[in-house]
Design a binder for this molecule. Structure first.
Ligand code: PEP
Ligand code: MG
Length: 611
């Protein structure tokens, strides 16, 4: 294998190096064996096997239905439709007929009857019935999986420490990774701020996403090298390469140990400007990492992960204990609880798939909470109750698109407050309420929103996605995902100014906050606090302590006149080279930037072929 074919280039999303055996997860579509049945007894057995697979699917659907919150009426109905399809004559009856009449195995017969049903449904002149084709497929897949006896959990079977290679891993699956067995993570698809990447970072697992074809090209069980900083994956490494990367790994670890000392000091610039550095967490367990890495509070708790990791919807009492414990663990530092940001790629087992064509623009986040009021209220009650314990809880609404939506959310919060007051349940009457700025419309009316809240937190992961118009989890447009796009910088500036004019603090909690390369820009934009992955805190604090606010402001003024992200990046690179050369060298930040542009050329080249 020549060098060019041994290196896969993806997007480095969680820094660090892993050298180890690859474990390629095969979640390919179900293989359908086609075999003939040779005698009468086997024919009966095959029909019984099919019946058992259908009955299991029926039971599973019933269980799913029971787990659904009664708020989800339309989804309960959908599961009932699936149960009906399971026993429909077109599929159930036809499959049994095909097994008996043509002496073929159940999978083969089912696929044939599904294909006929597919044709018939598609031909019906009724939009509703045509829309049921997807349901027929979903039901068919469920039964086929039962017939194949496929396991649902992707990580079962991993017995040693491996580098996991998968087409994709959902954020919920990623949160269940056994990190002592996972040396690294590689996926075919995904982007820098997809939630899978965020979870990999928080678990401190080096990761590369968007390494297209990795599941096809990486040989299962062979030693590979993964560089989560540059996004490189090296197949069949030579002795020298292994030695080189092992040395780099050691060098990186030594550097991180050395800067750990500054992590517990306040992040103050050389000219005495203090910026609060906080942690983003997805699970309560990360509080240890947040405290160990010197977080000065929790700037963002993504509460939806607690909902995603369980089979049933947690009730108010469970949530209250979770939030109360978190507040007590961080006391006296502040804990910012963001209300449920479910939807799009963040799905839960108990939560029905909404079958949206464009989920990132669909019923997600605050919209979803305002739709399912009871669910929202039970979370708000739990948050308010927890606020009364140590007085350090802050609440934040995600993805608010304008004042109307914010007022609606505040109205529900007001109702919950009244309820608790009536019931004489204590809570913090002064609990700060903030809003995330994640969509361009919120930036445009930031001055109006500012009058209604106590703080802003800019969610650049989504703000970049919605302002540039690209899916943050899509590797095909990852090259356009530019945090330094002049539009993004202007949006941050406008938000900070609107917040400060109204006298409220402005924080930034997107992944951008934890990227040391951006420290000069973020300081110069005058954010009051930065909230990031706990592991990024020491690196960011180290650079803040060695920066001068005056220089950063001057740089931002210059940057805001530049017309492209590349121009700003080049200038930033120069600053880093002059002031923080070891960051640049150790984390190969120049290579990251070059790789990003290579990545871009490669994609443009590929697209030319396509069209
Ligand atoms: C963001 O969008 O920047 C953010 C912090 O929220 P999330 O990544 O959970 O969407
Ligand atoms: Mg967001």
């Amino acid at each position: 294998m020549d060098t060019a074919h041994r290196i896969l280039q993806g997007i480095g999303v969680s820094p660090g190096i892993a050298i180890g055996k690859a474990y390629v997860l095969n979640r390919a579509r179900i293989v359908v064996p086609e075999t003939n049945i040779l005698d009468e007894d086997s024919l009966d057995e095959e029909c019984e096997r099919f019946e058992a697979a259908v009955s299991k699917a029926e039971r599973d659907l019933e269980e799913l239905k029971q787990r659904l919150h009664p708020d989800f009426k339309e989804h309960i109905k959908l599961l009932e439709v699936h149960q009906m399809i399971l026993r429909d004559r077109l599929i159930y009856g036809e499959t049994l007929d095909l097994i008996r009449n043509e002496w073929i195995n159940a999978q083969w017969a089912l696929v044939r009857s599904l294909s006929r049903a597919h044709e018939r449904f598609s031909a019906i002149d009724d939009e509703y019935m045509r829309g049921r084709v997807a349901d027929v497929d979903a039901v068919g897949e469920r039964v086929l999986r039962n017939l194949a006896g496929r396991e649902e959990t992707p990580f079962e079977g991993i017995r040693e420490r491996v580098i996991l290679v998968a087409h994709d891993i959902s954020p919920a699956d990623a949160a269940q990774l056994e990190f002592d067995r996972t040396l690294g993570l590689i996926t075919d698809i995904g982007g820098r701020t997809s939630h899978t990447s965020i979870v990999a970072q928080s678990l401190n697992i080096p990761a590369v996403v968007g390494a297209e074809q990795s599941t096809k090209l990486v040989p299962n069980g062979e030693i590979i090298i993964l560089d989560g900083t540059t996004g490189r994956v090296i197949l069949s490494p030579t002795e020298e390469e292994i030695k080189h990367y092992a040395e780099r790994q050691e060098e990186l670890e030594n550097y991180l140990k050395q800067i750990a000392r500054v992590a517990h000091l306040p992040a103050k610039t050389l000219d005495s400007h203090w910026v609060r550095v906080e942690a983003n967490i997805e699970l309560q367990e990360e509080v240890v990492a947040a405290r160990d890495n010197g977080a000065e509070g929790i700037g963002l708790y993504r509460t939806e992960f607690f909902f995603m990791n369980r089979e049933i919807l947690p009730d108010e009492e469970t949530l209250y204990h979770e939030y109360r414990e978190l507040a007590e663990l961080m006391e006296p530092m502040a804990v910012t609880l963001r209300t449920l940001d479910l939807g799009a790629e963040k799905l839960a087992a108990w939560f029905p798939r909404l079958e949206e064509i464009n989920p990132a623009l669909g019923l997600r986040s605050i919209r979803l909470c305002l739709h399912y009021r009871e669910l929202f209220k039970s979370q708000l009650r739990a948050i308010l109750r927890a606020s009364g314990v140590a007085g350090n809880v802050r609440l934040m609404f995600p993805l608010v698109s304008g004042v109307g939506e914010l007022l609606e959310a505040k109205k529900v919060l007001g109702e919950v407050r009244e309820e608790l007051t009536r019931q004489r349940i204590p809570f913090d009457h002064h609990m700060p309420v903030g809003v995330m700025i994640e969509v361009p419309s919120a930036v445009a009316v930031a001055d109006m929103l500012a009058k209604e809240v106590d703080f802003f937190s800019i969610g650049t992961n989504d703000l970049i996605q919605y302002s540039i118009g690209i899916d943050r989890a899509n590797e095909h447009v990852a090259y356009l995902y530019e945090p330094l796009h002049p539009a993004v910088l202007r949006f941050i500036k406008q938000t900070v100014e609107a917040g400060h004019r109204a006298g409220i603090p402005v924080s930034l909690c997107g992944e951008m906050a934890g990227e040391p390369l951006f420290v000069p820009i973020l300081l110069g934009l005058q954010l009051d606090s930065l909230s990031m992955n706990p592991r990024a805190i020491p690196r960011v604090k180290n650079l803040i302590a060695r920066s001068r606010m005056r220089d950063c402001r001057r740089f931002v003024r210059k940057a805001l006149e530049m017309t492209t992200a590349s121009e700003i990046t080049l200038q930033l690179q120069e600053i880093l080279l002059k002031k923080f050369p070891e960051e640049l060298r150790l984390f190969e930040l120049d290579a990251v930037l070059t790789d990003a542009s290579l990545h871009r050329k490669r994609r443009l080249g590929k697209d030319r072929w396509k069209f």
